[in-house]
Every structure is written in structure tokens, then in C-alpha cells.
Design a protein around this ligand. Structure first.
Ligand SMILES: [Zn+2]
Length: 257
């Protein structure tokens, strides 16, 4: 069959408009938990970075502690060897002690240099640590406010969806059951779009399918302009209608909306 002639053409087009709106509302409602999960994932990733920055800082602080202990040990060694200097009588032993003291001092110098480098690194790591803390706090505040906006919008959409579904059920119940069944099966097979508006090129008046955008054949162009008539697109097989045939002519500026 190439066309459906029915006094319910307008009601069917309106049903499609309701269903399209319902699908959009349902997608909006379903999108909320996905968006919330996305925001939470960004926040968790930031928190992990913050944890890593804190660990890096703590590792440097542990290193510094160890270096300080070694410096204290080196000091202790120097003091001990200096005490020993006063006790030895043998010249060779005296020289050996002096060498040990030199080694300890050199060792202590190296450790102090290492400590300075570590102090610089700790300063940088502490800055990074504070930055990360602030960033996580900011991300959390942003996330929480976004989520509350999303959830409020989700609740509103869910309410609208429930109301739209009720209205839709009433509108569907008023239709001829056979027509409704054809519509439902078309919708199921065509990703939700059973009925599409034919698009009219403003200058040429040429018509194309609102579903697949292919130009209508001359016969289809005639059919779609008939009152109470829906015609199948020759390409994608959706049911086509012409807005002005179904709903009457509109002023130009409203025609696009
Ligand atoms: Zn088409």
C-alpha cells in the first residue's frame, strides 16, 4: 500500500509528535545517571592525583628525615674521632684518624647538599600538594552543584514524562486500533519515527522526506498534498505528511517552528 487515507491522519501525526517528545524526555531522564557518573569519575580521578601528590610529598619528607639522621651520625663520628686524637701517641694512628675525620666531614658536606636539594623538592611538592587539594575541593563543589541541577532537571523531566505518557495513552486509545497497530509496528521498526513531515523547499516548492531527506517522486508529491492522506516514502518507508495540509497554512515566521 502506498498511501493511507484516514480521517485520523491528523490524530496520527499528533501521536507521533507526542511520541517524539516522550522519547526525548525519556532520553533526558536516562541521561542523568550517565552524566552524574561522568562527573563522579572526573572527581575520583582528581582525588587520585591529589593522593599521589600527597604521597610524593610524604616520601620526600621521609627521605629528608633519613638524611638528617645520617648527618647526626656523621657529626657523632667526627666528635668521636676528635676525642680519639687526644688519646693516640702513635703518629701513623694520628694520621689515620685525621683522614677519617676528613672523610666524615666530606660525607657530612655531601649529606647537607642532599638535604638542601630535598628541601627545595619538598617546597615544590608542598605547593603541588596545596594546588591539588584546592583543585579537588573546586571539582567537588562544581560536581555537587552540577549534580543537584541535573537531578532537579531529571525529576522535572520524569514528571513531565509521566504526564506525557498518560496523555499519550488517552490519545492512542481514541485512535482506530488497526491504524494504531500499523503505526506502532512502523515505529518499532523505524527507531521511533513512523510518521515524518515532508520538508518543502521554500523557493522551489520541492518536497523531500523528513525521515531520509530523499526527494519525493512527482506521484508522492501529489499524494502527500491530499487531505486526510499519509503516504509512504518511496525510499525509507516512513509515513509522510505535509504540515500545511494536516494543520492548515501558518504565517511564514511561525512555519519554521
Ligand atoms: Zn524517506
Amino acid at each position: 500500500m502506498e498511501t493511507i487515507h484516514t480521517a485520523e491522519a491528523k490524530a496520527l501525526v499528533e501521536l507521533q509528535k507526542r511520541d517524539t517528545a516522550i522519547d526525548a524526555l525519556a532520553a533526558g531522564v536516562a541521561g542523568v545517571p550517565v552524566k552524574v557518573a561522568g562527573l563522579n569519575a572526573v572527581f575520583e580521578a582528581k582525588k587520585r592525583s591529589m593522593g599521589a601528590a600527597r604521597e610524593a610529598l610524604q616520601a620526600l619528607q621521609v627521605k629528608k628525615k633519613n638524611v638528617e639522621l645520617k648527618i647526626a651520625e656523621a657529626d657523632e663520628g667526627i666528635r668521636k674521632h676528635q676525642r680519639d686524637l687526644n688519646l693516640v701517641k702513635d703518629n701513623n694512628a694520628f694520621k689515620a684518624l685525621l683522614t677519617e675525620i676528613e672523610t666524615d666531614k666530606k660525607n657530612k658536606d655531601d649529606l647537607e647538599t642532599e638535604e638542601l636539594v630535598l628541601l627545595e623538592e619538598i617546597d615544590k611538592a608542598a605547593v603541588q600538594d596545596r594546588l591539588m587539594q584546592a583543585e579537588v575541593k573546586k571539582t567537588e563543589e562544581f560536581k555537587n552543584s552540577e549534580i543537584s541541577v541535573l537531578e532537579a532537571a531529571g525529576r522535572e523531566a520524569a514528571e513531565k514524562l509521566a504526564a506525557a505518557k498518560n496523555e499519550r495513552a488517552a490519545a492512542a486509545a481514541a485512535l482506530n486500533p488497526d491504524l494504531l497497530e500499523r503505526y506502532e509496528s512502523l515505529r518499532a521498526n523505524r527507531g521511533g519515527l513512523a510518521v515524518a513531515a515532508a520538508h518543502e523547499e521554500p523557493h522551489t516548492g520541492k518536497l523531500s522526506c523528513g525521515g531520509c531527506h530523499m526527494s519525493l517522486t512527482p506521484q508522492k508529491t501529489l499524494d502527500v498534498k491530499k487531505a486526510d492522506t499519509l503516504t509512504f516514502c518511496q525510499d525509507c518507508r516512513c509515513l509522510l505528511y505535509l504540515e500545511k495540509t494536516i494543520f492548515g497554512e501558518k504565517p511564514k515566521e511561525q512555519a519554521e517552528g
